[in-house]
Each structure stands twice: as structure tokens, then as C-alpha cells.
Write a protein that binds this ligand. Sequence first.
Ligand SMILES: Cc1ncc(COP(=O)(O)O)c(C=O)c1O
Length: 388
Amino acid sequence: MKTAERLERIRPFRVMEILDRAQQLEREGASILHMEVGEPDFPVAEPIRMAGVEALQRGHTRYTSATGLPELRHAIAAYYSRFGVEVNPEQVVITSGASGGLMLLAAALLDPGDHMLVTDPGYPCNQVFAESVGASVIRVPVSARSSFQPEWSDIEAAWRPSVRGVLLASPANPTGTMVPRATLSHLARSLPESAFLIVDEIYQGLTSTQSEYPTALAVSSRPIVLQSFSKYFGMTGWRLGWIVVPDRLVDAVRRLAQNLYICPPTVSQHAALAALSEEALLEHERRGRIIRERIARLAEGLESIGLKVPVRPDGAFYLYVDISSSGLTATEFSRRLLEEFHVAATPGLDFGDHDAERYVRFACTVDLDVIDEVLLRLGRAVERFKAL
Ligand SMILES: Cc1ncc(COP(=O)(O)O)c(C=O)c1O
């Protein structure tokens, strides 16, 4: 059987290889500390769980409309009013995770041969969504100097006639940094009228520390916003997200969703209504404060053992750590950290090529006492690596 040529260009997710190896070591009896996977460690909040059970009991198990339950689209529009932003429920399309949103947007906005600008480092799957419709990405290298977000001059320099638009994450994976308000507003004003501007806000609200803006829609009505119930709402396995699209895109996206997967998961949509209740939101705020505390503890501890955190995150639960003082590449650092000290973290190469061997991503998805133990092991690791 001949398989598609695009498969050759899909890189393996190194974090999954690290997870596999960590699990193998665990089976052999090692106590592994996991900071590699970007998944919240909290159980799903009680009101969401109860609403999911009730949806099953009431038999809410059939197809919904392709764009999602009208009451959920309304509830999401109302959620934006908390940030002083008016969103028409018609513009809200429920998707199967942010991943489903990325798939719909790639299919709706890119033709074969087109390009989309993304950052390096950035979320690696974006490239695959573009390639699945015959388009590709151009990676814009970003560094700590600009908080790992592009400046307008970077976008201008990367632009060429085949570029259809820009996809940025704010807060971003793997760095947790936001696109500054001024840059976002400049992009919204200055990109060619025919271009799209997608802002992936899947980590929005997670630590409630976002200094720049609560959502890109508070800065401009131009961005297409991509969101998810996975992170802030802690519903990774329920596979639910949403996009906010301009009126003229709603119908195209609806037709694509109808054809590609019929509708987002029904039980999850009923549960998600409870995720937007006051009770659940209070719980998510509480969890945000815990994540904030973890990030501060890890960042301070890392600095005290000589590992630099060049930019503190604005949101998300990631720290992108400069490990160059250890004398190792990030790939070797992560490998040895796992093999010799049983700490799992993700090497920069998972997120691109630019300066990737200098950085390792740590996800603060573990309790403070685990973070303290990670810091002890890291201290010993750095001593050993430097001694060589
Ligand atoms: C930046 C970013 N966008 C999108 C996704 C996809 O998330 P999901 O499909 O679970 O909503 C992820 C997952 O980690 C991510 O980090």
C-alpha cells in the first residue's frame, strides 16, 4: 500500500517518546517525576462531572447541530461579556477540542501551496493541520529578547505572496508568554485585508495573571479566536473547544464540520454548560492560584541552581528553561535527566528548530512537594553534568 508523501514530513512528538520511556522505567520500579505533558493534573470539577452523568442518564447521546448546542454557544458568548467583549452566539462554533478548530480553520482558509506564519518555538501540530490540506507553515523565529513572540518587523520580513495569514498563541506553548497588546493591535490594523489572524487562546485564564488582555477580542474584533475546554476548564479527554469566527466564515465552517465529523461530542457539550457555571468558574479560579504558586516555586528554584528562566510566563503552566549552563544540549539534558534522575521534561526540539537545543519545557502540572523534589534532583543533575 502506498501511503501519502506528507507522512514523511510529520515529526514524532518527542514528548510522547519521553512519556513511553518514563512509563517503561516506572514498570521497572523507578519513581518518575512527570513534568513533560501539558495536561492539568486536577480531576474534572464536580459540577462538570455531574452534568456529564446527568446527560448520559437523560439520553443526551445523539447528534447535535454541527456548530454545537445553541445553549452552549449562547453560554460561551455570555462568557465573553465577563471581559467586556460582545460576541454574537452565531459566531461561536463548538469544535472537537481546539484541535478540531484548527482542522476546520485550516480547511476553510488554506489552499494547496498556501503558507501560514507560525512561531518557532510554537505548538508543533499547527504545521500538520496546514499540511493536511496541502498548505505549509513558515516558521518565524522568536527569542527571549521579544518574550518569544514575533514583532511586526518579524512578520513583515517573513511575508511573501503565498502567505494567507498568521497563527499565534497567546499565552503560548511552550513559553507561556502573550503577544503584547501593541503588537496584536498593530497586526490587526496592518495585515493585508485578505489575510487571516488567528489567536490561539487555549491557555487563556489558566493562571489569571495575564497582564496584556483577557482575550484578543478585547483588543480588536479582527482575530479569529481558537479556544478549548481542555486546559482552564480541565476537560482534556472530553474533546471540546470552540472558535469565534467572523459572520462570513460561519457557513463555510458549518459545512466543513457537517462533512468532516458531523458534530462535536454531545455528552461533553452538556457537561461543558456546567463548566461555565459560577460554581465551576470559582473552582477553576482556585486552581489557577495553585498553578501560579507552582510556577513561582519552580522558577525561583531553577534560578537558584543556575538554570535561567529568561521570560516568566504570563499564563499557561509552562516554564521554558535555558539549560545551556549545564554544558549539554537540551536533547541530551532531557535524556540524562530522565535516565539518571528520573525527572521527565520536554526538550526544545519538540517545538521547532530555532535555538531549540538551548531550552527544555517543564509543565507545572504537579503538586508543590513534587516540584521541591524535582528541584533537588535537578540540583544534583546540574552538578553532575557540569563536572564532566
Ligand atoms: C497551543 C495549543 N493549541 C492547541 C492545542 C490542542 O488542544 P485540544 O485539542 O486539547 O483543545 C494544544 C494542546 O496542548 C496547545 O498546546
